[in-house]
Design a protein around this ligand. Sequence first.
Ligand code: FAD
Length: 294
Amino acid sequence: MFIKDLFKQKRLVYSFEIFPPKLTSPIDTVYKTIEELAILNPDYISVTYGAGGSVNNNRTCELSSLVKNKYGIEALAHLTCINSDEEKITKIVDSLNKNNVKNILALRGDVNGEQNLEDSYKYAYQLIEYLKERGNVCLGAACYPEGHIQSDNIDKDIMHLKNKVDAGADFLISQLFFDNSLYYNFLDKAYKKGINVPIQAGIMPVTNKKQIERIASLSGAYLPEKFIKIMDKYEYNPEALRDAGIAYATEQIVDLVSSGVNGIHLYTMNNPYIANKITTSISSLINHINKEAI
Ligand code: FAD
C-alpha cells in the first residue's frame, strides 16, 4: 500500500524509524528489533540509508523487504541522492520494486565539506522529480520545523520545501524537535505557503547524554530549559535518564496528537523497549483519534 493512502484512511498515522547495523555488525543483530517493533503494530516502519559509506546500503533494501514481506507491515525505504547518479539510483529503486517496496523517503543526504558542483543531484527535489517521472511509487520527503541547519532562514527553507511538494512529494516527515510550539508555528507557515500534503511529526526519545549533544550539534534543535533541566538532573543515572526521556517524548506526543497532527514518526534508535513503553502509553489515544470520522 502507498503510505499516502494510509493518510486518507486514518486521522493519525503512527510509524517507526530503524537503521541498519554498521558493516562491522552482522545484519541479523537487527532482526529481533524488527520482530519486537512489529508486535506494536505501527502503520509502517522506515529504514534509513547511509549516505556516508559506513553502512551497506543493500541493507536498507534487505530490511525494508523483511518488514514488508515477512511481517506484512508497510515499509518506507530512505534513499539519498548526494554523491550518486541516475544509474545508481535506478538500480536501487529497481531492487526495491522487485521486493515490493513502493514507498521511498527521497532525501539529499548530508554534504560533508564542499558540495561537488558536478553532482547529478544537488537537492532532494531533483531526486523526487526523477522518481515521480518513473512512476508507481509513493514519495515522502524531509521537513525541518526549525529550518534546515544550512538554510539562511525558515522562510527560505519552507520555499524549498514547497518545491519538493510541487515536484511530487506525497507526504512529509519532520526532523526531531523538543518544543512543540516551534512545530505548530512551522505547520502554520507551511500551510500558508500552500503545502497541502500530510506532515508527520518526528519524535526522538532522548535517553542518554551523548545522544543529546550529538543531536543538538547535527540538527541545531532548540533544547528548552525544561528539557535541559531534566537531562542535567539524571545525567549520571542511566535508568532515570532513560525514563525521563521516555516521559518527555510521551508528553510531546500526547500534546501533538490532541492538537490534530497528521501523524507521529518515532525515531526508535533500534530500541524496542523504548518504543514499547511509549506506544503502550499512547495506544488508547491513537485508537480514540482513529475512531473519529475523517
Ligand atoms: P533538501 O531538501 O535538498 O535541502 C537541503 C538544503 O538545501 C536545505 O537547506 C534547503 O533549504 C536547501 N535547498 C533546497 N533546494 C534548494 C535550491 N533549489 N536552492 C538552494 N538551496 C536549496 N540522511 C541520511 O543520510 N540518511 C537517511 O536515511 C536520512 N533520513 C532522514 C529522515 C528524516 C525524516 C529527516 C528529517 C532527515 C533525514 N536525513 C537522512 C538527513 C538529511 O539527509 C539531511 O538533513 C540533509 O542535509 C538534507 O536532506 P533533504 O532531503 O532535506 O535536502
